[in-house]
Structures are given as structure tokens and as C-alpha cells.
Ligand binder design. Structure first.
Ligand code: CU
Ligand code: CU
Length: 348
């Protein structure tokens, strides 16, 4: 790992020093013989020249066997002002990194839970059905209701129903709130609820990115799946930090956009522990609605923290064709999987 981190720093430097866009997947030829002054310089860099660099943390493109990525596009908001949302809680094995399976606790069988998109003023009629053998619950950050009445445990085989009006626009987290909450979140019980303002935002290409962490047991279960290591969680030592549930998936499968197109990224940080220092390499954010607030957006900024349990809305344009990595700029976390790529392709 130490060797990899050292290489990552050098790769990042090499990436930053490029003066023009290199061809995709082109590899620079290693020198045939090192000069006298190069003999003590990082021999591994010569062995693995800097190419396909997504800031050094993950290779852009990947093995064809890589599973299809989780769809990061924001689903459209439906016209109905009463939104009926029904989630079933189930325990299910999921893929969180190449070759790594995880025994997750899920909303509707997926991690993160389904991305939800509504409009300010919509009423959410929510039903939670518990198909597992332990209590679970649901906490919507977009709701202003009494937790003691609604964020209560649903016992195995039972269900819960409540309603709320989404009065405030933003990018909100939802999650299971059953104690210990860190355990339920770390096992996969979270997602994003996007509430559009009453006056619609300008048209843009929109993606939802939920950052989160996985803390793995050293030994898999009989099926080969890892599960939560509670001591690693309390020690703040995640094994994987991911966008939308899988390490590096949008580096392996970049998100296609157009140059100069307005992009809007809804970044929700589920944690349960790590702050996201969200950054797009090669871009500057036109506007950032910090923690989803409509008031006083940040203008012309490079990196903005998304707090654990919060969500910020990032607007930017990529100025020329090419690959633009997005990361948490806490690079230990990017090295563990919190990296993806926006691929700007000119229209033909
Ligand atoms: Cu739960
Ligand atoms: Cu919460």
C-alpha cells in the first residue's frame, strides 16, 4: 500500500503536468535505459508508466467483465403531487468492489437505496415493509416530523406508514435510524431524496452520487461475502469508500456528458464517518448549493465539503472534450474507491 500511495502521488503529478489531452489508454513508452541521474528514481514508475490516470487512484475504463454500474442519472420527478413510496427491507449480498461481495442490509435490495426525486410541496406517502429478522426503520432528512412518532422500529414481518410534506428543496439523505445507527448505515441502509425547488432549476444533465464507506470483516461467510467489522467502523478505518455503492465504478464506466453542457451533481454523503471533500479535476464549480440550501450559493469554487448526513448540489461545465475525474480530495479515501470520471464527448 505504501508503494501504491507513493506511486499515486507521482501519477497525480504526472497528470497535472500534461500540457495536452493524451489519447485514451495510450501508454508512454518507458525509457530504454535510465540516465545516470535517474537510477535512484522510483523504479516502479518506470515499470508502470503514468497512463490511464484518473488522478492516480483508479484506471479509466476497465476489464470488460466489470459489472454494469449503478445508474447515476437523476430519475425524473413525476407530475403527481402525492408520491407513494414503498420500500421493502431485505438482507442481500451485493458487489462493492471487483471480487468483493458484502452481506448488506438494503432498502429494496439495492445499495444505495433507490434515488428519489420529488418537488417542493409534494406529499410523500411512505410505507416500509420489513422482510428481515431484525428491526429496521426510516429517517427522511427531507421531512420535518417527530422522530418519536415515525422514525420507530418496524419489527420483522411488520410494516410502517407515514406521510410528510417536502417543504424544503435540497439533496437529502434518507437512512435507517435503528440503533446502532452507524451499523445500519454502514451495512447499506441509506439513499438520496432530491427535492426540486418550486421554481425549477435551469435545465442540466443531472447525476446523483451517494458517497459511503464499507468496513470489512477479515473472513467471509460461507457464501464468500464479507460483513461489517464493528471495531474497524469505530476505529474509522474503512476498506472501501464508494460512490453509489461500488468502488471505482464510474472510473471503469465513465459518465458521459457534453463539453460546456451545464452539469448538476447531487452529492449526498451517507458516511457513516468520512467527510467528502468533493472536487472535479479540471473543473471549477459555477455554483454550489452547500448542504442543498438555496440561500447564498458558493460561486467559482474548487472543492467543497459534503458533511456526513448532508448533501450538496454542484453545478459546473467541462470546457473541452476529455476525461475529468471526480473525487473526494481526501486522497486516502479516493485511493479506497471514491473516484469516478466525467467523460466530455463533443456532439457529432
Ligand atoms: Cu436498519
Ligand atoms: Cu440522519
Amino acid at each position: 500500500m505504501i508503494k501504491r500511495l507513493g506511486l499515486a502521488a507521482l501519477l497525480a503529478f504526472g497528470f497535472a503536468c500534461r500540457s495536452s489531452t493524451p489519447p485514451q489508454h495510450a501508454r508512454e513508452a518507458p525509457p530504454t535505459s535510465p540516465g545516470p541521474s535517474e537510477t535512484n528514481v522510483q523504479p516502479q514508475l518506470v515499470d508502470t508508466p503514468p497512463a490511464d490516470v484518473s488522478h492516480g487512484e483508479a484506471q479509466i475504463g476497465g476489464p470488460n467483465a466489470s459489472p454494469a454500474p449503478v445508474d447515476a442519472r437523476l430519475p425524473p420527478a413525476e407530475p403527481a403531487r402525492l408520491r407513494r413510496i414503498r420500500f421493502e427491507v431485505s438482507h442481500k449480498t451485493i458487489d462493492i468492489a471487483p471480487g468483493v461481495k458484502y452481506a448488506a442490509w438494503t432498502f429494496d435490495g439495492v445499495v444505495p437505496g433507490p434515488a428519489l426525486h420529488i418537488r417542493q410541496g409534494d406529499t410523500v406517502a411512505f410505507t416500509l415493509v420489513n422482510r428481515t429478522n431484525m428491526p429496521h426503520s426510516m429517517d427522511f432528512h427531507a421531512a420535518e416530523i417527530a422522530p418519536s412518532k415515525y422514525y420507530v422500529n418496524v419489527v420483522p414481518g411488520d410494516s410502517l406508514h407515514y406521510r410528510f410534506v417536502a417543504r424544503v428543496p435540497g439533496a437529502f439523505m434518507y437512512h435507517c435510524g435503528t440503533a446502532p445507527t452507524a451499523m445500519h448505515i454502514a451495512n447499506g441502509m441509506y439513499g438520496a431524496l432530491i427535492v426540486d425547488p418550486a421554481t425549477p432549476r435551469p435545465r442540466a444533465k443531472e447525476f446523483v452520487l451517494v458517497q459511503s464507506e464499507f468496513y470489512l470483516s477479515s473472513k467471509p461467510d460461507a457464501s464468500g461475502a464479507k460483513s461489517l467489522d464493528w471495531s474497524r467502523l469505530l476505529g474509522l478505518v474503512p476498506d472501501h469508500i464508494v460512490f453509489n455503492g461500488r468502488a471505482d465504478q464510474y472510473a471503469t464506466h465513465p459518465l458521459d456528458v457534453r463539453p460546456n453542457q451545464l452539469l448538476r451533481l447531487y452529492v449526498v454523503n451517507a458516511g457513516p464517518n468520512r467527510i467528502s471533500s468533493f472536487h472535479v479535476v479540471g473543473g471549477i464549480f459555477e455554483r454550489v448549493f452547500q448542504d442543498g440550501s438555496q440561500a447564498n450559493p458558493l460561486i467559482g469554487v474548487q472543492t467543497v465539503n459534503v458533511p456526513v448526513g448532508g448533501g450538496s448540489i454542484f453545478e459546473l461545465r467541462l470546457r473541452e472534450p476529455g476525461d475529468y475525474p471526480f473525487v473526494t480530495h481526501a486522497f486516502a479515501d479516493a485511493t479506497k474507491g471514491a473516484v469516478g470520471v466525467l467523460r466530455a464527448i463533443a456532439a457529432r
